[in-house]
Design a protein around this ligand. Structure first.
Ligand code: ADP
Length: 647
């Protein structure tokens, strides 16, 4: 196939533009990115060589080579890893190969990224950072196990296009050749390269070697003059320490080393919030180095978000992301698990059923949850920052992990009626502060915002009784907390069922129910298509009415979410609760009585109008949309006109 000239996808063009024109600081990270890619490529090849030995008889002296040529002004990063075939090169080096391209495009144009360009690293754009220091980049690559003539040559000057052609490559793996810009020529300097590698890539588990020129005394000096003589020799030096960081002693590791390693495994550009590093001894021995990120990566909600730490067996990477090592509700945790006992050639399918993996998963889940708890107790500000990013994901554990429900519940933070805005309480605190008369229930309201919850009619009686109500604002809340129990206390939605906060008022309510029975029947008749019942309310104080769901019906906010997702939801008619002490209700009762006496029923139409107005108001207060907004507006206007006329 002859040479082809292809265009980069739009998102790559935009990214390159941003890289070249806006990123001025930390340009040296290009080298970290290239070395990181080379190291990943070697990990993949090494694993393939284990599982498919007949395919990979070539060079197994795994290494990353750096070559600086000051005359040609090139810097080359070579690896003898997995390499790429033509299609892979086109896909990997011509597009941004992950889903969410649209989100990516809007993200790179966002203010956050413009102000803080380092953040683009999280999009997996490492390779393109070469163009910050090079005006031309050539990639020579050949997939391990393929013929020499199936190599590929890729070249671009970042002008929006690249060329690609077949290329005969003797060695497997990839060479990335950077033609360094004049103004960046310091990156050809040995000491500069050495410093960057020490700073960012010391932990890389494969040797990073560079040919360097040194002056050495001559081997066999014959006289004193000879002893003084120095000759120039070329030597290959390994620039990195290479010892796998997770196997090193904790006390010897500097924070900076952890941070750099985290960035390598996570593709995040910010430091992690917390490091969890430990060794599990015993029959199932393993080392774990795990990180809690500071920020949720932008793609965490996408289907192709890679879950789980890397799995190593005795320092050999088996899998970059091992889902089976981590429960889904801890999917944001990054890092490495290195097992001593798993077989090296364990396959993906076997992993899923492997008992040792199951044990490791349990062990690390516990360790992570313990770390959260410890943060909550001893470093609240850090915990809060973490919780704001990941709390809604941890919450999923209430649903997925029955055994850990209570532990997870203890980690949750809530806004509540009585908690000042911006502050949070734990469930334990809620329980500790419950008035004696509040028995077995933890009350909650789901609401898109705290301010709208605070003015909701549903919590009037709670305010009056001095009961606290948790305000749940995450979408997932109505799924996990409906009927949830914690320490013998049951979560109860304030918009569901019959709420009787004050036992002494029970008798009174029964009396009121009887007193208003006929009026309620009329209301029900007018609203029969929409409500299942009209009854006196125990939860209202200042508002005339509200809509509530039956005790065992679906939580209304959940119903709304399911509907918005296009799911079929059984049509649950609401109950209209009326506040018997509200003046509008007493007025309606008066009219109703008068009509009964006069037997003419002159206010019939008015009562019907009022029923509809009350119902629509209740719908609005519930946060629902009206069936007939213009009818409602007309009715309100008519009321205003009547009111002015009669005043
Ligand atoms: P990331 O490494 O975050 O995926 P990059 O833009 O750095 O993003 O690289 C894109 C892809 O190109 C990599 O995922 C990998 O598939 C491929 N790639 C890059 N460098 C190499 C290499 N040295 N050897 C093999 N594949 C590579």
């Amino acid at each position: 196939m002859s040479k082809q000239n292809l265009e980069f996808k739009t998102e790559v063009k935009q990214l390159l533009d941003l890289m070249i024109h806006s990123l001025y600081s930390h340009k040296e990270i290009f080298l970290r990115e290239l070395i990181s890619n080379a190291s990943d490529a070697i990990d993949k090849a090494r694993y393939e060589a284990l599982t498919n030995p007949h395919l990979h008889e070539e060079d197994k002296d795994w290494k990353i080579e750096i070559k600086s040529d000051k005359e040609a002004k090139t810097l080359t990063v070579s690896d003898n890893g997995i390499g790429m075939v033509m299609d892979e090169v086109i896909k990997q080096l011509g597009t941004i190969a992950h889903s969410g391209t649209k989100e990516f495009l809007s993200a790179i144009q966002s203010k956050e990224i413009k102000d803080n360009p380092e953040l683009i690293g999280q999009f997996g754009v490492g390779f393109y950072s070469s163009f910050m220091v090079a005006d031309r980049v050539v990639v020579l690559t050949r997939k391990a196990g393929t013929d020499y003539n199936l190599g590929v040559r890729w070249e671009s000057t970042s002008d929006g296009t690249y060329t690609i052609e077949e290329y005969e490559k003797k060695t497997k793996g990839t060479d990335v050749i950077l033609y360094i810009k004049d103004e960046e020529k310091k990156y050809l300097d040995e000491w500069e390269i050495r410093t960057i590698i020490k700073k960012y890539s010391d932990y890389i588990a494969h040797p990073i070697v560079m040919e360097v020129e040194r002056e050495r005394p001559i081997d066999d000096p014959q006289n004193d003059a000879d002893k003084e003589k120095r000759i120039k020799v070329k030597e290959t030096e390994t620039l990195n320490m290479m010892k796998a960081i997770w196997l090193r002693n904790k006390s010897e590791i500097e924070e900076n080393e952890y941070n750099e390693f985290y960035k390598h495994v996570s593709h995040d550009f910010t430091d992690p919030s917390k490091v969890i590093h430990y060794k599990a001894e015993g029959t199932n021995e393993f080392n774990a180095l795990l990180f809690i990120p500071s920020h949720a990566p932008f793609n965490i909600l996408f289907k192709d978000f890679k879950i789980g730490p890397s799995l190593y067996v005795n320092r050999v990477q088996i899998m970059e992301n091992c889902e089976d090592l981590i429960p889904i509700y801890l999917r944001f945790i990054k890092g490495v698990v290195d097992s001593k006992d798993l077989p090296l050639n364990v396959s993906r399918e076997l992993l899923q059923k492997n008992r040792q993996i199951e044990v490791i998963k349990k062990n690390i889940s516990k360790k992570i949850l313990d770390t959260f708890k410890e943060m909550l107790e001893n470093d609240y500000d850090k915990y809060l920052a973490f919780y704001k990013e990941f709390g809604h994901i941890v919450k999923e554990g209430l649903h997925h992990d029955h055994a850990k429900r209570e532990t997870i519940a203890e980690l949750l933070l809530f806004s509540s009626l009585k908690t000042p805005e911006g502050q949070y309480i734990t469930l334990q605190k809620y329980i500790d502060n419950m008035p004696i008369k509040q028995k077995g229930n933890i009350y909650f309201i789901t609401s898109p915002s705290i301010s709208s919850a605070l003015t909701s009619p549903y919590i009037e009686a709670f305010k009056e009784q001095d009961f606290d109500v948790l305000v749940l604002t995450d979408e997932i809340d109505s799924f996990v907390f409906d009927h949830f129990t914690y320490k013998d206390k049951t979560f109860k939605s304030v918009v569901k069922g019959d709420i009787e906060l004050d036992e002494s008022k029970k008798a009174e309510k029964t009396k009121e129910q009887a007193h208003f029975k006929d009026l309620f029947d009329v209301l029900k008749e007018h609203l029969k298509d929409d409500v299942s019942e009209v009854r006196a309310s125990g939860r209202l104080k200042d508002s005339p009415c509200c809509l509530v769901a039956a005790e065992h019906a679906m939580e209304p906010s959940m119903e709304k979410i399911l509907k918005s997702m296009g799911q079929e939801v059984p049509d649950n008619k609401r109950i209209l609760e009326i506040n018997p002490t509200h003046p509008i209700v007493t007025s309606m009762q008066n009219i109703f009585e008068k009509d009964k006496e006069s037997q003419g029923g002159t206010h019939k139409e008015m009562l019907k109008q009022y029923s509809l107005l009350l119902y629509n108001q209740a719908l609005l207060l519930e946060g629902s949309t009206l069936k007939d907004p213009s009818g409602f507006a007309k009715a309100v206007t008519q009321l205003m006109v009547d009111n002015i006329k009669s005043s």
